[in-house]
Design a protein around this ligand. Structure first.
Ligand SMILES: Cc1ncc(COP(=O)(O)O)c(C=O)c1O
Length: 384
């Protein structure tokens, strides 16, 4: 039985992998080498230099392709390095339509790096696809979607956007960091490229920074591989190994992240001192129906605003949390809390931030896999 026929949970463990040919090692060895012996110039065993390819990275890239239902995986030194490679498919004058509510670092690389090279970015609220259509021109080459969005948990209908993109021959890339392939499979919904900050749920243990792309199309994979090798922002073998190991428990971790996420979201929503909770699992979330249709469950990312709260109130709450660690990042086994306005989204101008709801009082939680009663007790003492 090839690993392609396996169901998702089995593919997180076996997808694209088989025991190592040298000694039968069940886990792919960490090939900590930059170069490979050649018997004659060009006479090698498939690897010549580790920027171009490394066996541990290949094992990870095969696993990534397998779990995202793609054909080709590419691993990078960080999520941003993966985003950088996608935008390098474009040239001066090309235009990109992106979700307006997105990770601050994605906004920063678009605006502060690539605009300098003549690429034009439009930031659009994509809950209504008609808004995207308004910005399409003959120069539009890429639609960039984050769903659920960071940190407002808005949901974009991937299938609907992909129909629009296909009609206009525009590439569609989806940042699947928050959902992971356990919850949502963008390539199956019509996207051309799936991107990950594997630093988050795929790695899952807050011990590695790594990025990934997965595609189905060979020509697109070849173009991205050329950029990966030519620009050189690859990940090392040790980091590839760590993410590969993380992926093997993705399905069990995600199940618990979702269960705890629901318990925390419901607790906060019923708390008299909380103004608003952003979580796509609530039936009154504006795109709950779309989330239900394209996601298996609703994940462990939640944002909330304390009643009548301001910048200082949010800071006080995150400082009082004890089990939730105040830190950048998300998706690890441990619960983290963040203050987007001063942390993850500080690189977006305040005016732009607030247009998409990232107010000064907003707090973002990455709900981990501890006992939910302990997490709720920690939130209770910090809020009250
Ligand atoms: C949704 C999302 N995309 C991309 C990134 C960037 O990934 P990295 O930090 O691995 O470069 C992040 C990081 O927080 C993120 O949350």
């Amino acid at each position: 039985m090839g690993t392609k026929e396996l169901k998702f949970n089995s593919r997180t463990i076996h997808g694209g992998q088989s025991p190592d040919e040298a000694y039968g090692a069940v886990m792919p060895p960490i090939y900590q080498t930059s170069t490979y012996a050649q018997s004659t110039p060009g006479g090698h065993k498939g690897y010549e230099y580790s920027r171009s390819a490394n066996p541990t990275r290949t094992a990870l890239e095969n696993s990534l392709a397998s779990i995202e239902n793609g054909n080709y995986g590419l691993a990078f030194g960080s999520g941003l390095a993966a985003i950088d490679a996608v935008i390098k498919l474009l040239g001066p004058g090309d235009e990109v339509i992106s979700t307006s509510d997105l990770y601050g670092g994605s906004y920063r690389i678009f605006k502060r790096i690539f605009e300098k090279y003549g690429i034009v970015f439009h930031f659009v609220g994509m809950q209504d696809t008609a808004e995207i259509a308004k910005h399409i021109s003959a120069r539009t080459k890429l639609i960039w979607v984050e769903t659920p969005t960071n940190p407002m948990m808005n949901i974009v209908d991937i299938k609907l956007v992909s129909q629009l993109a296909k009609k206009h021959k525009i590439l569609l890339a989806v940042d699947n960091t928050f959902a992971t392939p356990y919850l949502q499979l963008p390539l199956d919904l019509g996207a051309d490229i799936v991107m990950h900050s594997a630093t988050k749920y795929l790695g899952g243990h807050s011990d590695v920074v790594l990025g990934a792309l997965v595609v189905k199309d060979k020509e697109l994979a070849d173009q991205l591989y050329f950029i990966q090798n030519a620009s050189g922002a690859v990940c090392g073998p040790m980091d590839s190994f760590l993410v590969l190991r993380g992926i093997k428990t993705l399905h069990v971790r995600m199940q618990r992240h979702c269960e705890n996420g629901r318990a925390v979201a419901e607790y906060l929503a019923n708390h008299p001192k909380i103004e608003k909770v952003f979580w796509p699992g609530f039936p009154d979330h504006p795109n709950h129906k779309v989330a239900k249709g394209q996601m298996k469950d609703f994940g462990g990312m939640i944002s909330f605003v304390p009643k009548g709260g301001n910048y200082q109130d949010a800071i006080k709450i995150v400082e009082k949390l004890q089990l939730f660690t105040l830190a950048e990042s998300l998706g690890g086994v441990e619960s983290l809390a963040g203050h987007p306005a001063s942390m993850t989204h500080a690189s977006i101008p305040k005016e732009e931030r607030e247009k998409s709801g990232v107010v000064d009082a907003l707090i973002r939680l990455s709900v981990g896999i501890e006992d939910k009663e302990d997490l709720i007790e920690d939130l209770r003492q910090a809020i009250e």
